[in-house]
Design a binder for this molecule. Structure first.
Ligand code: SF4
Length: 457
C-alpha cells in the first residue's frame, strides 16, 4: 500500500495538471513545484533541465511542445499518462527497481517490450517481425502475468512490438483497464486505428501509439504496400481529433536517411499532431537482411547532427535509439533498462538480438534476469566506453559472439534460426568503419560536456 503522503502528493499533481489546462503558460511552474516535492532527491538534474528549458524559456521549442501537450491533449488522458509515466514508472518504480537490482545483483528493467502476436495484417519488405512466423501469441493471461511480475519489480512501462499488436485490440484495451497504474505504448502500422478504438483509448487513458512510417507516401507504400501511408495518416487525424497523445517510429537506412530526417518530414509530423518521433538505425538481423542498407559513417554522422539540431528548434521530441547512448550510459538491453519478450515467450535481451536462454513459460522474470545471458549483459555493460559504439552486435560484434558462445543461448528466430556467426559477420565491416567517426564525435561530445561543466562551476 502507498503511504498517505504519496497519495496526497499525487493528488496534488493531478490538481496542478487540471489547472494547467486553463492557463498552461502561467501554471507550468506550479506543476514543477509539485513534481519537485514528490520526487525528493530523484532525477534532480533532469528536473533542472525541465525547469530551465520548458518553464523558464517561453520562446523555446520545448516550451511550445509542453504548451501544445497541455492544451491539445485530453486533460484526463494527460493526468493519467503523467501520473503513470512520470510518477509510477520513473519515480516510485525506479526506486523499487534499484532495490531489487541491489538485492539480487542483476539488471532490473524500467520498460518491458513484448509481442502480443507475431501475426501482422501487412507484409512489409524485410520486416524482422515476420521471422517469428505468423502463428505465435502470448495469451491474455500470460501478458497479464508478465505485467504483474513486472510491477513487483517496479516496472510500470510496457511497450508492444510484433507482429502488429493492434490485431489484439480487445486484449490490449482490457490490459490497459486492468493495469490502470501503468502506461502502454505500442509500435503499430496504424492501419487498425479507427474511431471506435480512439474512443476506447479515451476511456482507458493509458495507451499511446507510435505509428511506423518510412518517410512520405512513396517511401512508406514502397516498403509497406499501396495505401498504407494514407491509412496511417488517417489514423493520425483520428487521434488528433480525439485529442490523444501519439508519436511516430521511423527506421533510417542508407536509402531513406535524408528524406526521413528532412525538415519537411519533421514539420509534416508536427502539423499532424505527433508529439514524438523515435528513430531506429537499420539492423541487419535475419536471413533476409540487406547489409547495404546500413548507413555509411558519413550518413550516420549526418543523422546524429540533424536530430540534435531539431531538438533545439522543433516542437516534437526526437529520440535516436542508436545515437543517444550518451544520455543512458550505452546499451540499455539485457534488462539494464529494458528487455524483449517475443510471442513465443522467449526473453530476448533486446528487440534486435534474437537469442535467449529463458522462456517466460518456464521461468519467472526475475529468474530470466539472473540467467547466464542476462548476467553476461549485466557484467559486460557498458560494452564500450564510447557510447556512440554501444552495441554488442552492431558496433562490437565480437562481444555478442562471445556472450552467445559462453552462455549457450539459442536463436529465437522461429522461421530461420541464425547462428551468431552469420549475424555478426554482417556487422564486422560496419563496426570497423564506424569506429573512427564515432571516436571523433565522442571526443567532441566529451569536450562540450567538460566545457559546460566548467561554465557551471
Ligand atoms: S543490444 Fe544493441 S540495439 Fe539493443 S539496446 Fe543494446 S546497443 Fe541498443
Amino acid at each position: 500500500m502507498q503511504p498517505l503522503s504519496y497519495k496526497a502528493e499525487k493528488f496534488g499533481i493531478k490538481k496542478a495538471l487540471a489547472y494547467l489546462e486553463k492557463n498552461p503558460e502561467k501554471n507550468l511552474g506550479k506543476l514543477m513545484d509539485w513534481v519537485d516535492r514528490f520526487a525528493g532527491d530523484s532525477f534532480e538534474v533532469q528536473r533542472g533541465y525541465f525547469r530551465k528549458y520548458i518553464v523558464d524559456e517561453p520562446e523555446s521549442n520545448w516550451h511550445q511542445l509542453a504548451v501544445s501537450v497541455l492544451t491539445d491533449i485530453d486533460n484526463k488522458v494527460l493526468q493519467t499518462i503523467f501520473t503513470n509515466f512520470f510518477l509510477n514508472a520513473n519515480i516510485t518504480g525506479w526506486t523499487r527497481q534499484e532495490e531489487v537490482r541491489e538485492k539480487y545483483g542483476c539488471n532490473v528493467p524500467w520498460a518491458i517490450l513484448l509481442d502480443p502476436t507475431s501475426a501482422c495484417n501487412l507484409h512489409c519488405q524485410g520486416c524482422w517481425a515476420a521471422e517469428y512466423g505468423n502463428k505465435l501469441n502470448l495469451s491474455f493471461e500470460e501478458i497479464d502475468n508478465i505485467i504483474e511480475q513486472g510491477k513487483d519489480l517496479g516496472v510500470y512501462f510496457y511497450i508492444y512490438t510484433g507482429g502488429e499488436p493492434l490485431i489484439r485490440k480487445k486484449d490490449i484495451i482490457a490490459l490497459c483497464e486492468k493495469h490502470s497504474d501503468c502506461v502502454f505504448l505500442s509500435f503499430t502500422n496504424g492501419t487498425l486505428i479507427d474511431e471506435e478504438f480512439a474512443k476506447e483509448m479515451l476511456r482507458v487513458r493509458n495507451f499511446v501509439p507510435a505509428i511506423s512510417l518510412e518517410g512520405f507516401e512513396d517511401a512508406t507504400d514502397g516498403r509497406r504496400g499501396n495505401g498504407v501511408y494514407q491509412k496511417a495518416r488517417n489514423a493520425m487525424e483520428i487521434l488528433k481529433k480525439n485529442r490523444l497523445l501519439f508519436g511516430i517510429s521511423a527506421c533510417y537506412t542508407s536509402a531513406n536517411m535524408e528524406s526521413i530526417t528532412s525538415e519537411a518530414f519533421y514539420d509534416s509530423l508536427i502539423e499532424s499532431g505527433a508529439y514524438f518521433i523515435w528513430y531506429f538505425h537499420y539492423m541487419p538481423v535475419g536471413k533476409d537482411a540487406v547489409p547495404s542498407l546500413l548507413p555509411t559513417p558519413e550518413q550516420r554522422k549526418y543523422i546524429y547532427n540533424k536530430i540534435r539540431e531539431y531538438r533545439q528548434t522543433k516542437a516534437i521530441f526526437g529520440m535516436d535509439f542508436q545515437n543517444d547512448g550518451e544520455y543512458v550510459g550505452g546499451c540499455i538491453a539485457g534488462g539494464r533498462r529494458y528487455l524483449h519478450i517475443n510471442a513465443n515467450g522467449d526473453m530476448d535481451p533486446c528487440v534486435f538480438i534474437h537469442y535467449s536462454d529463458s522462456n517466460i513459460r518456464e521461468k519467472t522474470l526475475l529468474e530470466g534476469l539472473r540467467s547466464p545471458l542476462f548476467m553476461a549483459y549485466h557484467d559486460g555493460q557498458p560494452f564500450n566506453d564510447n557510447h556512440l559504439r554501444p552495441c554488442p552486435m552492431l558496433e562490437n560484434p565480437d562481444i555478442l559472439r562471445n556472450m552467445i558462445r559462453n552462455t549457450g543461448a539459442a536463436s529465437t528466430d522461429m522461421e530461420a534460426p541464425e547462428s551468431v556467426e552469420q549475424l555478426c559477420s554482417r556487422c564486422d565491416h560496419y563496426a570497423e568503419h564506424w569506429k573512427a567517426t564515432a571516436d571523433e564525435l565522442w571526443e567532441n561530445c566529451q569536450k562540450k560536456r567538460e566545457h559546460k561543466a566548467q561554465k557551471q562551476v
